[in-house]
Design a protein around this ligand. Sequence first.
Ligand code: NAD
Ligand code: UDP
Length: 339
Amino acid sequence: MRKVLVTGGTGYIGSHTAIQLANAGFEVVILDNLSNSSKGVVARIEELSKRQVDFIEGDIRDHELLRNIFSQHTFDSVIHFAGLKAVGESEEQPLRYFDNNVSGSIVLFDEMIKAGVYKLIFSSSATVYGDPGYVCYSENTPLAPINVYGRTKLMVEDILRDLKKSQPKWQIALLRYFNPVGAHESGRIGENPFGVPNNLMPFISQVAIGRRSKLMVYGNDYATPDGTGLRDYIHVEDLAAGHVAALKTLGDVNPFITLNLGTGKPYSVLEMISAFERASGIKIPYEIVGRRAGDLSEYYANADLAKEILGWQAKLGIDRMCADTWCWQKSNPEGYGID
Ligand code: NAD
Ligand code: UDP
């Protein structure tokens, strides 16, 4: 059976992907330092996939640990989700972000080479594009991130492009996610941010469950139909399916792929609030406040290439995104709790 090392596999996107990988017949080993996730996720991944999943608590920057893991397992590939992802925090703590996301990735790739594992999927982000002056981003949109987080993602992409040049046997997929939302339809796993959520969807759902009193809508004076920001929200289950498809597609015919994973259809903040109200039956109190520094008014994916190369496209719409988020939130009001 093909074995995959999933770094960051107890996190939001990693946990959903681990289930789909197990369901697709891959053997899954998770490495996560639990800096932004809970150990209890592992049991839920096993419960939902009905398969055993190995979990190793540890850090991708730990050379010795990685060497041990690679000597104990024979991996066919690595999916590298582990990373810090809060844009605001990355501006305040740049060294921490470069160390974790960039140095950590270098350690991982170095140990992969030593172990002879050359197949990798890397979690990149639409933040690598920055602000090109138009709103529909293809993979050819110039790479010019406008924050530290985005620069860490671009640096790792650059490293991987250079690695591929130096050692052609690498097979690499750079997947640039747009805005992942939603949860497993069972409500057993979902997004569980520690502290105050930065992102819209978890904030809305914590307002709905009563953990926060109201949502702040960051600006209604953008040049968009209702004045609020537009984003390309993609259901995490669709995103997870994109990883399984990428893993199956990587090979001699497609040895290096760079793809946007989005729906191509953006929604505004007010549309997301309405959709969540429909799905939950709960009114979401909100207040319009000033724009958030660094926010763009609108952007979304041109997702044609992923369809062409992977035969993949997002299937789940805004109603499922909200219904599944709400199902997760209401059955786990405090997230995974204390493990
Ligand atoms: P997440 O925080 O839920 O998951 C990341 C996981 O990595 C966490 O479980 C965390 O504990 C772990 N981790 C962090 N640093 C580590 C380290 N040094 N060693 C071992 N484990 C470590 O985030 P997510 O939303 O699941 O994102 C997964 C990946 O996708 C990240 O690389 C993120 O940058 C990228 N991404 C996320 C989004 C998004 O909006 N969620 C968008 C684009 C890209
Ligand atoms: N947003 C908001 N209130 C919040 C969080 C986000 O109005 O509490 C808006 C934000 O300005 C943007 C959209 O929701 O227009 C998506 O923001 P998010 O942080 O989820 O994603 P990103 O900005 O990283 O694409």
